[in-house]
Design a protein around this ligand. Structure first.
Ligand code: FAD
Length: 692
């Protein structure tokens, strides 16, 4: 490599959009040596994606900064549907809640991508002790995978050569001569001195190169992904001929629902979606019916101006008037609906976000699904790199996320057709779109759009019946460690009807047993890379139930239990370092004592920190914040309880009875590296433990 500097990293992330910074956030949380590079010189856009769905807000909360987003964002509470009446005049035809009621403690919100990226960068700085920083103006020039080393967990099989760009090369191009920022340049919110210094450092190195040897690479480099192309993978699907304009304006209007999310179908001028945002901004998505792609299939975006887009909006909203002084951002784009054929190469190089799925932005899914991809991948990579989990869990990234990407395209297709279509004049108008059908699809689609319909299939991370399937490269996904019949699965699932295996663990209020403080239970499932076993201990003052709980705890605390054999708690000091045990009981809090009524394995003692007062909760009435009624909401029997395994990303891996400890053990044997247990002595299974 001549005199180019060389370095080793656990994970190299290419691209610092929403997907890349989510990956970096996990790397910081899990203490990995990671680098994140981006060819662009600046972080911030105004514009681009701005919708945070309920699930994304839950994820940001689990990372520790949901409160910042929640505080600053505009909360979207209501959706209004507007359609033409019999005289062709638009009228409000329906109102529906924006987030389906009862699904999440958080609701769809809007805040621009630049702010969300800011929160991420602060979080990454904090958890990585300032060791992971986005390196801007850096371009990867080659990527090679040494296939002879991909099975060797200690090796660095990927070599990536980087080049540091000049200021000119790294500056993004502005759309066709507009005076208003199209969002690719610095926004008015850009004010971080630390970033300026970082960027300056890059230019000082302009022209130089570096060779990086990585254990893993994540390509988060957007729809035109260099990583994807370099791997020779493709996106399947097509560009549609639908062209949309987007504007972020502060509108002056007599339209009454401007502060609600609206889907407006005009009789003859096309459709418009309005999205209320922070600081009185409103985003308008407008279908540009008069702009068509040329023979090559591409639209000439240089012909599209803010005036053209806004005039289309005026026509759709007529007879209401709309005008603006401030336009924060605008753009125009053609919808491509595509999904990647492969999401990884050898489970060493992964693709995430727009690099593997592109679609229309109307339903606000782009940033959400991209972040959610890396929320799924980050902890898996973290645990494998640290030698805690088996490398086979990495196969579930593609098996879990590619299906979501395909669902997304299908949803987008249906939604785009219904949204772009002309409203039917009456029931005999077969070419027009029935507004009843639109409403039904809209309400159903909303469940998907809020991110809470995700249901992962069977694998060694989700114990369900069924075939775990294959990877893009034809290799099998690791199957569940327990073979379960449908009937057996249904019987177990019936123990917790509100906790679905494969879906994310919902949140209800419980009280801390020791101090009575109310907690949304999801707050106790932070993104720190730990699995959790949630013991619904039921009525622990019933003698028979107490025996069941004691029997479960005895197995949990036996030296042969996974809990004592995971990698990472060798000193025995922190028993819950890889798998945390949380308890929710249903007896009266006043009748119960932490130390008297719960085995030590449920509330371990550490020399440095004393007893764990934050592990045992109760489903009881609080002083100030009412009653969460968690057992009822989770659908768990108050007397007998049940046991639930939750993954580090809050997805439910298994539900079973207190007598089913063997399945809990089998689950962790299936996905974690456990020390062998023979005659009371723990030893590593050599083949499973990475070197270095
Ligand atoms: P990106 O956000 O695209 O990030 C990719 C990053 O990789 C970029 O920072 C880029 O500079 C960097 N990169 C690219 N190539 C390289 C390379 N070779 N080397 C190093 N770095 C590289 N979504 C919505 O939900 N609503 C919207 O209104 C909306 N509007 C949009 C408007 C525009 C103009 C665009 C482009 C996208 C819009 N989206 C919208 C989509 C949304 O922004 C994306 O879905 C989301 O940002 C995807 O995140 P990502 O991290 O996968 O990719």
């Amino acid at each position: 490599n001549g005199d180019q500097p060389e370095s080793n990293v656990d994970v190299l992330i290419i691209g610092a959009g929403p997907a890349g910074i989510m990956a970096a956030a996990w790397m910081a949380r899990m203490g990995l040596k990671a680098r994140i590079i981006d060819k662009r010189s600046t972080k911030v856009f105004c514009g681009q994606a701005d919708g945070l769905n309920a699930r994304s807000l839950e994820m940001l909360d689990s990372l520790g900064f949901g409160d910042r987003a929640w505080k600053e964002a505009n909360h979207m509470i209501e959706i209004c549907l507007w359609n033409p009446d019999e005289n062709g005049i638009i009228r409000r035809s329906d109102r529906v809640p924006d987030t389906p009621v009862g699904l999440s403690r958080l609701q769809q919100s809007t805040l621009h991508q630049g702010r969300i990226e800011r929160f991420f960068l602060d979080n990454i700085k904090k958890y990585s002790n300032d060791t992971i920083k986005v390196e801007r103006g850096v371009l990867p020039e080659s990527l090679e995978i040494d296939q002879t080393k991909v099975e060797d967990q200690g090796a660095y099989p990927i070599t990536v050569k980087l080049r540091f760009l000049t200021e000119e090369e790294a500056a993004p191009k502005q759309l066709g001569g507009s005076k208003v920022s199209d969002g690719l340049f610095r926004s008015n919110l850009f004010q971080e001195a630390d970033e300026d210094a970082l960027i300056k450092q890059t230019y000082e190195r302009a022209g130089a190169g570096e060779t990086i040897h990585a254990k893993y690479v994540i390509g988060c480099d957007g729809a035109r992904s260099w990583t994807r192309t370099t791997l020779g993978f493709e996106l399947e699907g097509e560009a549609t001929d639908m062209i949309w304009g987007v504007m972020d304006v502060i509108p002056f209007t007599d339209f009454p629902d401007i502060r609600c999310r609206c889907a407006i179908h005009s009789a003859t001028h096309g459709s418009l979606m309005s999205i209320p945002r922070e600081n009185n901004l409103v985003r308008l998505y407008i279908q540009l019916v008069e702009v068509k792609p040329d023979a090559s299939g591409r639209a000439d975006r240089s012909k599209i101006t803010p005036e053209l887009i806004f005039n289309a909006a005026k026509r759709i909203l007529d007879p209401y008037k709309i005008d603006y002084e401030v336009c924060d951002w605008w753009t125009a784009y053609q919808i491509g609906q595509r999904v990647g054929t492969n999401f990884d190469a050898h489970q060493r190089v992964f693709l995430a976000g727009d690099a593997v799925h592109t679609h229309s932005p109307k339903a606000g899914q782009g940033m959400n699904i991209s972040m959610q991809d890396c929320y799924n991948l980050g902890w898996k990579l973290g645990l494998v790199c640290r030698g805690i989990a088996k490398p086979s869990i990495l196969k579930t990234y593609q098996s879990e996320r590619r299906r979501i990407a395909r669902d997304l395209i299908e949803f987008d297709n249906r939604f785009a057709r219904l949204f772009s279509g002309r409203p039917a004049k009456d029931i005999l108008d077969a070419e027009g779109v029935s507004m009843d059908e639109f409403k039904e699809a809209f309400v159903q689609g909303n469940m998907f759009a809020c991110g809470l319909s995700v249901n992962y299939g069977p694998s060694n991370l989700v114990l369900k019946p069924g075939d775990a399937g294959e990877q893009g490269d034809g290799s099998a996904v690791a199957p569940p460690a327990v073979t379960m019949s449908e009937a057996d699965f249904d019987r177990k699932q019936a123990l917790a009807t509100g906790i679905s295996v494969g879906m994310r663990f919902n949140s209800f209020q419980v009280l801390n047993q020791s101090d009575g403080r109310p907690w949304q239970f999801q707050k106790r499932l932070p993104a720190d890379g730990r699995f959790r076993v949630v013991l619904f201990a039921g009525n622990i003052h019933n003698a028979q139930q107490k025996k069941r709980v004691e029997a479960f705890c005895a197995k949990l605390d036996a030296p042969s239990s996974f809990l004592h054999r995971v990698v990472g708690n060798d000193g025995g000091d922190d028993l819950h370092s890889v798998v945390e045990i949380l308890t929710i009981h249903s007896a009266k809090r006043w009748d119960t004592e932490l130390l008297r009524d719960f085995a030590e394995v449920l509330r371990p003692f550490r020399r440095a920190t004393g007893w764990s007062y934050d592990k045992v909760y109760v489903d009881d009435v609080s002083y100030h914040e009412g009653f969460g009624d968690a057992y009822k909401n989770y659908g768990v029997d108050k007397e007998r309880g049940c046991v639930v395994i939750v993954r580090p990303d809050q997805y439910v891996a298994w539900v079973g009875d207190l007598e089913d400890f063997d399945e809990v053990q089998a689950y962790f044997e299936g996905c974690l590296v456990l020390k062998e247990y023979t005659n009371g002595v723990h030893s590593y299974v050599a083949a499973d433990v990475p070197e270095g």
